[in-house]
Write a protein that binds this ligand. Structure first.
Ligand code: MN
Length: 318
């Protein structure tokens, strides 16, 4: 973990220059992006800043509607003179706003983060961006139950319910602190796990039917076409976690999911052990050691072959 004292004093100095704050997170947000943003929102709002929380995406996962202030999330930035706080976002273009000339505080844990802020609080040892945000804010302000709920939901999601390979004892200590602030863990689990959309199950079925194994069954590929999405009535947010099913196969080391969208193909990468962050960067994306992704304007079949070749060239499965 990074040493937070220095970052906290710089952050406090930056906050002192502004009355208004705009909290952003990456496009097609996951629960860590939204939970980190809403936890920060609650904390800074209670410090009497004028705060707005914005995400460029229309389709924010609806199962997060139990998070405090979820209804406050807007699609448009209204403040022109605010400090920008970016949550869980590895590159500034994934915020999808024109931010030239704006001061940005970059709070993240992606190994591929491009350090686009005036202050970059990027801890690649943190398991969620909410952990980075919490470590920062606890140096400066009291944290409420509302912030804790949002940070905990983010933590649960990015660790896939405390099962990812970066889990350590200290993560349970962090979770325990959040629970001590009043998080109802049963409620969060039920709200996050037991309220799936029908479309998400239908598209999961389609994805699993498309499973193809390559490289002696160590590489799994899932493909979802634009037609599949329309037929299932699925949105991109219904695909959260689908690629993990391919990774769960005993023989599989590396799993890919290709989703055909209107203008491009979205690729999600997951691995059990090998570092796939450089592979994701090579194709213009980013991520963590075991989870990443990118977008490409190519035919799905061509792209699957290209990625397979690059995996072989890099010896990721040898
Ligand atoms: Mn994250």
């Amino acid at each position: 973990m990074i040493e937070m004292d220095h970052y906290a004093s710089t952050f406090k100095y930056l906050l002192g220059k502004y009355q208004k704050i705009t909290i952003l997170s990456h496009v097609n947000p996951d629960p860590d992006a939204i939970g980190t943003a809403l936890g920060m929102y609650d904390c800074l709002k209670k410090q009497h800043f004028q705060v707005e929380v914005v995400n460029a995406t229309e389709d924010i996962p609806r199962f997060l509607d139990f998070l405090p202030h979820f209804q406050k999330i807007k699609q448009k930035i209204d403040f022109s003179d605010s400090l920008i706080i970016a949550c869980d976002c590895g590159s500034v273009d994934r915020l999808r706003f024109a931010l030239e000339g704006r001061e940005i505080v970059n709070i993240d844990h992606h190994a591929t983060n491009s350090q686009y802020g005036v202050l970059n609080i990027v801890d690649t040892d943190a398991v969620s961006s909410s952990q980075v945000a919490f470590s920062l804010l606890e140096k400066l302000y009291p944290l409420s139950r509302e912030s804790a709920i949002a940070f905990y939901a983010a933590l649960v999601s990015d660790t896939r319910n405390f099962t990812t390979s970066n889990m350590t004892q200290s993560i349970f200590d962090f979770a325990s602190v959040l629970v001590g602030l009043g998080v109802n863990i049963v409620e969060v689990s039920q709200k996050m796990l037991h309220r799936r959309s029908l479309a998400s199950l239908r598209i999961l079925g389609v994805a699993i039917n498309s499973l193809e194994l390559r490289e002696e069954a160590r590489l799994a590929i899932l493909r979802i076409s634009q037609k599949d999405l329309i037929h299932a009535g699925a949105r991109m947010s219904d695909l959260d976690g689908v690629v993990d099913y391919a990774k769960s196969l005993a023989t599989v080391e590396l799993a890919l999911m290709l989703v055909e969208r209107k203008a491009d193909v979205k690729v999600s990468l997951r691995s059990k052990h090998v570092d796939i962050s450089q592979l994701a960067s090579f194709f213009g994306g980013g991520g963590h050691s075991n989870a990443g992704g990118f977008e490409a304007e190519r035919d799905m079949g061509v792209l699957a072959d290209e990625i397979t070749e690059e995996i072989k060239k890099r010896g990721l499965l040898s």
